[in-house]
Design a binder for this molecule. Structure first.
Ligand SMILES: [Zn+2]
Ligand SMILES: [Zn+2]
Length: 290
């Protein structure tokens, strides 16, 4: 139903345009490719309104994923998401099989200590989250950067805001050749709009700065897919160096990546940043292999 007010604001035109688009070119779920009726928010550029009824700090990851992904995924795929929740390792963030008890340090982090202070993530790298990340990275569906970036922002608020102050937000870089081929760095796309989200949700973020050239990837590594932990470490070793203009001395840094697999990339980046004078390095990713 279009109200007189909406019609006056061009609502009728938008409604007709949408109806026509759906008739001629129906929406296809980005994950399963089935046709579906998408949830279209009035102003998707800034979907703050859909979270009006929820407290930001106590947000439910599953319902946030469902709501933000509904314009792109069918109803079944938008619920195919497993959040990463406590109890998990206080350092690397791996979720423990037992779903009871408190967070503690896992055996792997005791055996080989990490250079970063803590890594946190939004969801398990499987199902619709895995497929949407792959669509963004490999199929150039950059319209997914906005909802995924907002989900990452919510995860940031949950684990860092006020508790762990961050001075610099640094996306993990791509090698220049891969960057040119892809045309974008997905880690940067995920954080690009965080300041407007902070404004919209009244979150104080003014003490943080995005520093997208703090790190450079100077070695074109082989794809990490299919490599085990040791091979990944060897593959990524010495792949990163500090960017020329980066001022990181004494700064608390948050490193951003799309996926945390064995932690080899995050640890290698943290090593370079700490060596360059950073006070601490934390890691935030959208997804984590479990
Ligand atoms: Zn689907
Ligand atoms: Zn751990």
């Amino acid at each position: 139903m279009i109200t007189a007010n909406q019609a006056a604001n061009g609502g009728l035109f938008i409604w007709m345009a949408r109806a026509l688009k759906e008739a001629v070119w129906p929406s296809k779920c980005l994950v399963c490719r089935s046709f579906f009726q998408p949830t279209v928010y009035e102003n998707y550029n800034f979907p703050v309104k859909i979270f009006n009824d929820e407290s930001m700090l106590a947000y439910n990851k599953k319902s946030a994923f469902h709501k933000l992904m509904r314009p792109f995924l069918c109803s079944a795929c938008s619920t195919d998401f497993v959040p990463v929740e406590s109890p998990f390792c206080c350092i690397c963030g791996i979720m423990f099989k037992s779903r009871i008890g408190d967070d503690h340090v896992c055996g792997e982090c005791i055996k080989s200590p990490k250079k970063f202070r803590m890594a946190r993530t939004m969801g398990v790298y499987e199902g619709a989250l895995m497929k949407t990340i792959q669509c963004l990275k490999y199929k150039g569906k950059i319209q997914l950067a906005r909802p995924l970036g907002m989900l990452l922002f919510f995860t940031f608020i949950k684990y860092w805001n006020n508790k762990n102050r961050i001075d610099l937000i640094v996306p993990v870089p791509l090698h220049i050749k891969r960057f040119r081929k892809r045309g974008f760095n997905q880690a940067y796309l995920l954080i690009r709009e965080w300041f407007s989200y902070a404004d919209a949700f009244n979150v104080e973020l003014s003490y943080s700065k995005i520093e997208k050239n703090a790190l450079i990837m100077n070695k074109q590594t082989e794809s990490q897919t299919g490599l085990d932990r040791k091979q990944r470490q060897a593959n990524i070793k010495n792949a990163f160096s500090l960017g020329n203009s980066s001022k990181i001395t004494g700064e608390s840094i948050l490193l951003i990546d799309d996926v945390y697999t064995t932690g080899a990339t995050a640890d290698e980046c943290a090593k370079v940043l700490i060596k360059g004078g950073a006070k601490s390095v934390d890691v935030l990713t959208l997804a984590r292999g479990m």
